[in-house]
Design a protein around this ligand. Structure first.
Ligand code: M6R
Length: 611
């Protein structure tokens, strides 16, 4: 969601900004723009639609000259995605241009004040208020630094801001509150970006901005100040993933590449945490004494990460016999949650920047809970604010629809549940051993599914024209159906819903008619027969049924459905890790048949940094 890049150095800024913005495309956006300072004038080019429009408008950046500039991809919140509302925004007298990620909550009040002072606005955005206010104070105070600190005292909401001032042609200023921003240290040049993908081509040395910090950036220096204006030293980190991890590497889409990377991603996530067939979390601060006191576990997340939490509920309750509640972060934060110091909060987030999840984390922390997070992006805000962070080692995930991050989150959550169960002796040793053994076979078993995609491809070509698709399943298969349905709808734009099979007869079955496609999940062995009864019910009403089941249940399933896709058997708590793969592939091939923009579905963003 909104991507930011800034550069100052001794090379032309525009091509660097355009290339950085292209790398940030995956975050989701609907307009884009860049601004570069040339001989004391800020020149801007903006456009609705894709970044290619900026390349075209500027002849690949060659029309804009200057060594310092800022760029932005905008995911519209206030005002439609047109050229005027696109960032950068320029102040009325052309002194200052800014790009902004986040939402200024008191923008109406500030706008009214500025209008009363004679300022004219051109856009519908909240961001323009910031740039006009900054110029207003700059003119009054005659000092950019003072004006910036003044503005930061006045604005409310979330922001990652990058500020260009025509009087300082060799520098820019950045400020952060509740929106991601990292500083990049180059050789004779420096950067700022929403995430490392934008700048890794130029530097691997970064520092993560914290809330309240302001940085003044020239080609040779980055001076960082806290919210009181005191200088601070930032810890430098080295990005250790390879640039090829953020490239398609011959695949048509990032999503397909990332589906294919799942075996390796799971191996990387799992193997450092299994020693002599025992699960180890060396760096976890939670000990047995704490776990013995825990009387409730909340798993807080959004979207697919929440679906991982749904699987976690079934598995952790089974293993630990403690109530486990998956809660949508956007609901949790406003629900006056029942959190005490005996509550364990597990936060799950691929990006580590999801605003709802971040806010829920803070709410729980305020109430005294211990926060353990499962995060993919190293150094992200959620990782930094948690008491414990467990990283999924999935590598950068670029496609908006998550696949490998989901799979690694699932692996890690199952490992955590089993680790706690071992600690509390709530799992039999033989069961523990069996699960750990089966876990280590997951990558191979997923590989075997990925080697045989023809059947799924065929099913996608058969069903891609459907308008509405239902996913049904019980217990873990219900959680699996939720994720399968989300994958399909987000990238193919087909209406889809997931139901607990037993719930169909309480209303939804009225929607089933001749030819409706139902994807029946039958991978959860203990309730296979019950699931079959529900399959029979929808078939009796004319539904086409495509099933996902296990090899051991395939024959039985095939008797009652149109098509049955079989995944290898594993321990039942791990079965969703296999069941999800054909569902990801189905969504992918359906979207491909429908000609959708698979990696960047409409209206969606990779990292959702607004409420
Ligand atoms: O980065 P997060 O895991 O916090 O993101 C949560 C959701 O926005 C995310 O899972 C979203 O639902 C994906 N697009 C699903 O594929």
């Amino acid at each position: 969601m909104c991507g930011i890049v800034g550069f100052t150095g001794t090379k032309e800024a525009a091509p660097i900004l355009l290339s950085g913005l292209t790398k940030l495309e995956y975050r989701g956006y609907d307009s884009a723009g860049i601004a570069v300072i040339d001989s004391g004038t800020i020149n801007m080019v903006k456009s609705p639609g894709k970044i290619v429009n900026l390349y075209n408008k500027t002849h690949n950046g060659s029309d804009l000259h200057g060594f310092t500039g800022i760029g932005h991809t905008r995911w519209a919140t206030h005002g439609v995605p047109n050229e005027i509302n696109a960032h950068p925004h320029m102040s009325e007298h052309g002194n200052i241009a800014i790009v902004h990620n986040g939402i200024i909550e008191n923008y109406m009040e500030l706008k009214e004040f500025l209008i009363s002072q004679g300022v004219t606005f051109v856009s519908e955005t909240d961001t323009e208020v910031v740039v006009q206010l900054l110029e207003y104070y700059y003119i009054q105070l005659k000092d950019l630094r003072d004006a910036i600190f003044k503005v930061l005292q006045v604005i409310e909401g979330a922001y990652a801001l990058v500020i260009l001032c025509k009087d300082y042609p060799d520098s820019f200023v950045v400020a952060r509150k509740d929106a991601p921003l990292l500083l990049g240290f180059g050789d004779g040049c420096n950067f700022v970006a929403s995430d490392a993908t934008a700048i890794i081509e130029y530097t691997r040395e970064v520092a993560y901005m914290e809330d309240g910090e302001v940085a003044f950036i020239t080609k040779d220096n980055i001076d960082v100040y806290d919210s009181f204006g005191q200088p601070i030293e930032k810890e430098h980190h080295i990005i250790d993933w390879d640039i090829s991890a953020a490239e398609k590497g011959g695949y048509a889409h990032f999503m397909f590449k990332e589906i294919m990377e799942q075996p390796e991603a799971i191996r990387k996530t799992m193997s450092p945490r299994i020693r002599d067939n025992r699960i180890v979390f060396d760096d976890l601060k939670i000990d047995k004494a704490f776990m013995e006191k825990v009387d409730r576990i909340y798993i807080v997340a959004c979207g697919s990460s929440y679906h991982v939490g749904m699987v976690g509920k079934y598995n952790m309750e089974r293993l630990l016999r403690v109530p486990v509640d998956p809660v949508l972060a956007s609901e949790f934060r406003y629900s006056d949650p029942l959190v005490t110091e005996n509550t364990l909060i597990i936060v799950i987030s691929q990006s580590g920047e999801t605003l709802d999840t971040m806010a829920a984390l803070r709410e729980a922390k305020k109430r005294g809970a211990h926060i353990t997070s499962i995060v993919n992006v190293v150094g992200s805000s959620i990782a930094r604010e948690s008491d414990d962070v467990l990283y999924t080692w999935a590598g950068p995930e670029i496609a908006v629809a998550t696949t490998k991050a989901y799979s690694t989150q699932l692996t890690l959550l199952n490992m955590l549940g089993l680790y706690f169960a071992d600690m509390l002796h709530t799992v039999e040793e033989s069961e523990y051993n069996k699960i750990v053994e089966e876990m280590q076979w997951l990558p191979e078993k997923i590989e075997s599914i990925l080697q045989n995609t023809d059947q799924i491809k065929y099913l996608a070509s058969r069903y891609f024209n459907h308008n509405s698709i239902f996913f049904i399943g019980r217990n873990l298969d219900y959680a699996l159906g939720m994720e399968g349905s989300l994958k399909l709808k987000e990238i193919s734009y087909i209406h889809s819903e997931a139901y607990a099979s037993g719930e169909l007869k309480h209303g939804t079955i009225s929607l089933i008619e001749k030819g409706t496609l139902v994807v029946a999940l039958g991978t959860y062995g203990p309730l296979f027969d019950k699931a079959m009864s529900n399959v029979v019910e929808v078939r009796a009403r004319g539904a086409d049924v495509m099933a996902i089941t296990t090899v051991s249940h395939a024959d039985e399933m095939q008797k009652n459905v149109d098509f049955a896709v079989a995944v290898p058997d594993t321990h039942l708590i791990l079965q969703p890790s296999l069941g999800i793969v054909p569902l990801q592939l189905f969504a992918y091939y359906v979207a491909l048949q429908r000609g959708c923009d698979i990696d960047k579905p409409r209206n969606l963003a990779k990292s959702v940094t607004v409420e």
